[in-house]
Design a protein around this ligand. Structure first.
Ligand SMILES: Cc1ncc(COP(=O)(O)O)c(C=O)c1O
Length: 394
């Protein structure tokens, strides 16, 4: 009865079952996978969402790409980041995930392929399969810092490839796409008629400032059709407000053809609510106080993590240039799945295993930098203790 776009095996994985079981038994679990900013102890001004109640939103005037002022507000937000993007080239969406769905429909037919970074955000596989698009991975390599293996990217291109997905900074490696790499990828895409889809949702959260400075943003690409993605979910910590965007750049004729087609698709769904469009400028402005708190939190947790684990040889903190997560390389005594389940049952700490993000080797743990410092520090201390005990066991 059901399509194969949705996975057939919907049973809970062992980790989810272990957490549910521990909680049922009243055990406190420190959640180092938490990435919901609205439940991480930040102070949101109580009237932050007041602009959503503006009387202007009582009138419905559908615009496929969103009302002019809202698109101009997103263009102004790019200016805040030192980038020039025309409001004409911005399409509003309900989220970045919806932006992916629109772009997959725009660029790919069933069975076509998009290239995705490995390791990266697990939702790509799922988003692509919901649109009958296949994914092929290109590798990120770690050598004191992460970088794109451009040869693996070139090798991954086939006649069915339609787009290259870039995530900058990437989740979970925290790596920005370096300016020189973006230039080479744009040249490859221009030559092969591929589009670039660049997810920049974490662009505001640089942890190592020199890395952000040597990166370049997708909206500067002039040679290949490029779509930069962003949204309120991460930029001001409001995932529930449901506002994202696509900013197109590249050769004028391609941008114009793409925008005409996107307009038809956006007109079909009209999924962005009028209140959020009317409120967009005020939210982007008022939300800066939340962004600042998140910035401070992730930077402080990252700094603490590096210094705390510097004394624990078993746990190496990989360099993380930006974003909301960090990666720990840990010894392999067992499978990653056994490790993360064991951390829940014995240490009371929930982490993500590297294989969720398609790390090619074991063993890695991914931790969120978002939890309140005391919780974060308790969780990391418990992990360090777990490995110190294991290393001491002959
Ligand atoms: C890299 C990346 N892109 C997109 C998203 C989803 O963003 P949105 O809430 O706008 O769909 C996430 C969420 O964690 C993410 O990590």
């Amino acid at each position: 009865m059901f399509s194969r776009r949705v996975p057939h095996d919907l049973t809970r994985n062992r980790l989810t079952a272990a957490v549910a079981d521990a909680r049922d038994r009243g055990r406190r679990i420190i959640d180092l996978t938490a990435t919901n900013p609205t439940r991480a102890g930040f102070v949101y001004p109580p009237d932050l969402l007041a602009p959503l109640a503006a009387a202007a939103a009582l009138e419905y005037r559908p615009e496929p790409f969103g009302v002019r002022d809202a698109r101009a507000a997103v263009a102004a937000d790019y200016r805040r980041q030192g980038l020039t993007v025309s409001a004409d080239r911005i399409a509003l969406t309900a989220s970045t995930s919806e932006a992916y769905a629109l772009l997959f429909k725009l660029l790919a037919d069933a069975g076509d392929e998009v290239l995705i970074p490995r390791p990266s955000y697990p939702l790509f596989e799922h988003l692509a399969s919901l649109d009958l698009v296949a994914t092929r991975a290109y590798d990120l390599e770690y050598h004191g810092m992460w970088s794109i293996d451009l040869d693996s990217l070139t090798r991954a291109v086939t006649p069915r490839t339609r787009a290259v997905l870039l995530v900058s900074p990437n989740n979970p490696t925290g790596s920005f796409v370096a300016a020189r790499d973006l230039e080479r990828i744009a040249a490859l895409c221009a030559e092969r008629d591929l589009a670039i889809v660049a997810d920049e949702v974490f662009a505001d959260y640089a942890l190592e400032p020199d890395a952000a400075a040597s990166a370049s943003r997708a909206s500067t690409v002039a040679t290949a059709l490029t779509f930069a993605l962003g949204g309120l979910s991460k930029s001001i910590g409001l995932p529930q407000v449901k506002l994202g965007w696509i900013a197109a750049s590249g050769p004028d004729h391609l941008v114009s053809d793409a925008m005409t087609r996107l307009e038809l698709m956006c007109d079909t769904y009209l999924s962005v609510s009028t209140p959020v469009q009317i409120a967009a400028a005020a939210l982007l402005d008022r939300g800066a106080v939340v962004r600042e708190q998140i910035r401070t939190r992730v930077a402080d947790n990252y700094r603490w993590l590096r210094s705390a684990l510097a004394a624990v040889p078993a746990c190496e903190v990989l360099r993380c240039d930006g974003g909301w997560s960090a990666v720990l390389r840990v010894p392999t005594f067992e499978s990653e799945e056994d490790l993360v389940v064991g951390l829940v049952t014995t240490a009371g700490v929930l982490t993500h295993p590297g294989y969720f993000f398609d790390f090619r080797r074991e063993s890695y743990l991914v931790v969120s930098l978002l939890p309140p410092p005391s919780e974060f520090q308790d969780g990391i201390t418990a992990i360090a203790r777990h490995f110190a005990c294991r290393s001491a066991t002959p």
